[in-house]
Write a protein that binds this ligand. Sequence first.
Ligand code: SAH
Length: 498
Amino acid sequence: MPIGCVYLIGAGPGDSELITVKGLRLIREADVILYDGLANPEFLREARRECECINVEKRPGFQRVQQDEINQMMVDRAQKGLMVVRLKGGDPIVFGRGGEEAEVLRKHEIPFEIVPGITSAIAAPAYAGIPVTHRGISPHVTIVTGTTASLEGEGEVDWEGLAKVGGTLLILMGTRKRSEIARRLIAGGRPPETPVAAVQWGSLPLQRTVRTTLGEMDAVEMTNPAVIVVGKVAAMDLDWFASKPLFGKTIAVTRARTQASELVHMLRTLGAQVLEVPTIAFAEPQNWRDVDCALADIHSYDWLVLTSTNGTDRFFERLFKQDRDVRALGEIKIATIGAATSARVREWHLNVDLEAVNRTSEGLLAAFDADLSGQCFLLPRPEESRDVLADKLRERGAEVREIVAYKTVMPRGLPEEFLQLIKKDAIDLIAFTSSSTVLNLVSLLKETRQNWEYLPAACIGPITAQTAVTQGFDVVVELDETSVSISGLVQAIAAYFS
Ligand code: SAH
């Protein structure tokens, strides 16, 4: 069996978009991922289902997994022919022991590649609005470790010498020993008034910047992980990140994972920390008989009515699975409820003939003729819920065939991170996009005996809001019928927090 390759990949400083295209591609292809504590765990969701993901977090004070063990795991798996990703926070080399791991791999004649990442040393200051070099202010930077070992013995850093070099100093892992480091830099000749900024959890929703001077380092609180910036640039404040409207807010999104991305993305863009807490999942229907029969004589229908993105996907997936393609649809016209469903139809390279004005069945009915006699409608829907739409169409003389294209199911549990945050009262808002997301969340919370009463909630429409109120949530954001949409929800959330 050929030996597998090991990829030493930088996961960037935290923001899940700060990874290289190459790094992300390799994560998606990997057989095994060994990941560090500082690598954003969201990347693991990109891995294949069969991929083995191993947490090899090392923390100061207690080493969960020793470096030797990590090396061994990489070597063993590569020798079995597996493709191994070693995922590290920031850049894999900058205080990431990537060099040591590459040496071990070379010794065992295992092929490897290094995929650089965006180091926190530069990214954390950038997210705090501090440029690490700046014309006329700082012509060079030094990245240095501030661990205990940097102060004495073999790994000692020449702090007094560094003081004389000037420019910008970026100290990693230095919060605990900051006063001693400051003392030695001052002893080396850096003035006590030298500006200092410590950027903690850079690029993440928890980011915090503490500003002080070298002489006052002791007086302020700084905790890991932080990059300490020493030098004139540390007095600069070109903040663009911490001033976003939802910065510092933790918002839970309860939609199905496959549907949540737009909402999650929009909230994150406004700076929120978003937790995905899926309370609905989709599964195949009991059987495909209904859909298959309808597909077999699809030419006999005049209208295909699609009421959700999920129904749209299921219907067309089934069509294409049968080795057929869009030509099978012939002359059938397509009607949708909601811009999101229309957008999904277009993703299947089909046009929408009629769209409901306001995302509701009533809106769609209003768009159809009053007399529909002789017209045949095909209506894919979930197993457990029926829409009034079918009946109303029949009242107008239409012939309607409802077909079960999927079923909604409850996920097996709630993410641990969400439960921890609820316990700590650290969720600022929970977003609901349907009554079933509310009810399912409540059932899942009951299973964990977790109390949710008075948790602030944002609801996409009046019906959802009513369900949420009945279930004990404190509804602080509620859209009226006319503004029901994901972007409307996001705007209302931003307005609430402002
Ligand atoms: N290879 C990493 C550094 C690993 S050493 C990189 O290139 O970024 C771990 C140290 O990195 C932490 O103690 C802290 O000083 C710094 N660090 C990592 N992520 C950080 C973040 N998001 N914000 C601030 N500092 C961070």
